[in-house]
Ligand binder design. Structure first.
Ligand code: UT7
Length: 335
């Protein structure tokens, strides 16, 4: 018996961002900050945010429609929906179930994964396991977040960073025997989970002693996250390159999670890549959590910076702490 996995094809990638733009200058109306401080520390100049009743389901649905169109699959061919969201609209129904209903696909499994900004890499690895084992043939991944609704807009250290958006990927069984995943690795370290937190609120049964109420806001120890990430991500990129039997110079692009331009540049320097090889759109979108990698990928192709066919290192990191790296093949026509 052989345990060879069925190869996976990345068939389509799509994205969607809300229309409303909040600039760094706009934020000076909320607290003592400046465009200069935010831009030099993070590389962010503006971010998109949801407005009114708009939410991560709306963004995720549109991103999914775009990815499905690019993949040239019919919604009814999808066997499974996995949503990666760290700011879901509801804890339940799952985001994946909301998106399933909008797409009008009945009688397939749909569930969410909470891996914060590593969500795209986590769900890609799960999709690889389902496709590789032959359980499902066509999987829709939707990475969508509206962190702007969960930020503490009095906390200038954290709320400057986040923006809203969604990215989506359709992955299928590869029909030509070529696997689009050259290497992938996902990891977590729950012992440092306090670095980034978003508690749920709630109270004990009134017949027992009450518990402490927690504010429902994102809190982050930015310095510790920064130090952790610039150490761990290059290590796992090296590991994935080794697993793929490749060297950094064999890969065309680095498409990293967009959390801080200084983190992106630290990874870039380690890889010895020129600016042309590194995809960064943090200036316009901030950190869109799980959505940031697929947005950067799809937008990079749209703008002509990412040429197809090519190969790319994707990497994500965030609350958990979670992290993940994937080395992928990007075929013509995926976005
Ligand atoms: O996807 C999730 C992953 N998250 C990340 O990757 C975040 C990684 N970390 C970071 O990006 C950085 O830590 C931040 C950009 C969040 C913060 O930069 P920092 O250099 O670590 O600043 P700091 O928090 O140490 O603050 C330095 C100073 C403080 O003043 P004092 O105490 O030195 O007087 C802050 O009060 O800067 C002050 N400060 C600000 N000043 C103006 C903090 N936020 C602001 C602000 N405007 N928005």
């Amino acid at each position: 018996m052989t345990n060879k996995m069925i190869p996976l094809r990345i068939a389509g990638v799509g994205y969607c961002v809300p229309e409303t733009i909040i600039t760094n200058d706009d934020l000076t109306k909320l607290y003592d900050t400046s465009d200069e401080w935010i831009y030099t520390r993070t590389g962010i100049r503006e971010r998109r945010v949801v407005s009114g009743e708009e939410n991560a389901v709306d963004l995720g649905f549109k991103a999914a429609q775009n990815a499905i169109a690019k993949a040239k699959v019919k919604p009814e061919e999808i066997d499974l929906i996995i949503a990666a969201s760290s700011a879901p609209v509801d804890l339940y129904p799952a985001m994946a179930c909301h998106i399933q209903a909008r797409l009008g696909i009945k009688n397939i499994p749909a569930f969410d994964v909470t891996a914060a900004c590593s969500g795209l890499i986590y769900t890609l690895e799960m999709a690889r396991a389902f496709i590789g084992s032959g359980i499902y043939k066509t999987i829709l991944i939707v990475a969508t977040d509206n962190n702007s609704r969960l930020c503490d807009w009095n906390d200038r250290g954290t709320s400057i960073l986040f923006g809203d958006g969604a990215g989506s990927m359709v992955v299928t069984q590869s029909d030509d025997g070529i696997d689009d995943i050259l290497a992938i690795d996902i990891r977590a370290d729950g012992s440092i989970g306090e670095y980034i937190k978003l508690p749920l609120t709630g109270q004990n049964c009134p017949l027992v002693e009450p518990c402490t109420e927690k504010p429902v806001h994102i809190s982050m120890n930015g310095k510790e996250v920064y130090k952790f990430v610039v150490k761990i991500i290059p290590q796992y990129i090296d590991k994935c390159l080794e697993d793929a039997g490749m060297k950094a110079e064999d890969i065309d692009y680095l498409i990293p999670h967009q959390a801080n331009q200084r983190i992106i540049e630290a990874i870039q320097q380690r890889l010895g890549y020129s600016d042309e090889k590194v995809i960064s759109n943090i200036k316009y979108y901030g950190n869109t959590s799980a959505a940031s990698v697929p947005i950067a990928l799809a937008e990079g192709v749209e703008s002509g910076k990412v040429k197809l066919p090519s190969t790319a290192i994707l990497c994500g990191f965030g609350a958990g702490m979670t992290w993940g790296v994937a080395i992928v093949r990007l075929r013509e026509g995926i976005c």
